[in-house]
Design a protein around this ligand. Structure first.
Ligand SMILES: [Zn+2]
Length: 164
């Protein structure tokens, strides 16, 4: 499946931005956590903050990758010139963060293993670049197979009875 052609910034730049989020996901995996990473950049690609899901590491279910990156960026008067980059389609909670603070653009590694609110964001005028990155797909596919209970806990979905 071809990726939508990014415009404005080159596809190469978007790949470079995604690489930072993917490093965060890899760090989370190495720590035994949920391997989702994110980074907030300005429109010129300057890094403002980066982070990864820390549900396991900190025992904090609210510490998703996007919220970690958002918090690491500190206070800003507005977010009109920012880009949220995440390895996985943002869940409803993180999609709400994007909408609440008016982040105008979200670059997404993949949405094959999980589709959150990015279609909803697009419907509200947020520019979405879905890169369909094989390395991001591999990270999540491996994690979901290895830690299904942890994954369903992270996305807040009760598992069907009879499943472990
Ligand atoms: Zn989230």
């Amino acid at each position: 499946m071809p990726s939508p052609a990014p415009t404005g910034q080159s596809g190469r730049m978007l790949e470079d931005l995604l690489a930072v989020a993917r490093e965060e996901a890899e760090a989370g995996k190495a720590e035994g956590g949920v391997p989702i990473g994110a980074a907030l950049f300005d429109r010129d690609g300057v890094l403002l903050g980066r982070g990864h899901n820390r549900r396991v590491q900190d025992g904090d279910p609210s510490l998703h990758a996007e919220t970690a990156a958002f918090r690491a960026a500190g206070r800003r008067p507005h977010y009109r010139d920012t880009i949220m980059v995440t390895t996985l389609s943002p869940c409803w909670y993180c999609s709400g963060l994007v909408r609440q603070f008016g982040i105008p653009r979200v670059v997404i590694g993949e949405s094959r293993t999980f589709t959150g609110g990015h279609g909803w964001l697009a419907g509200h005028g947020v520019r979405i670049d879905l890169l369909d990155d094989p390395a991001c797909v591999a990270l999540m596919t491996e994690f979901i197979a290895r830690e299904p209970a942890l994954w369903f806990e992270d996305i807040g979905v009760p598992r069907a009875s009879g499943e472990r």
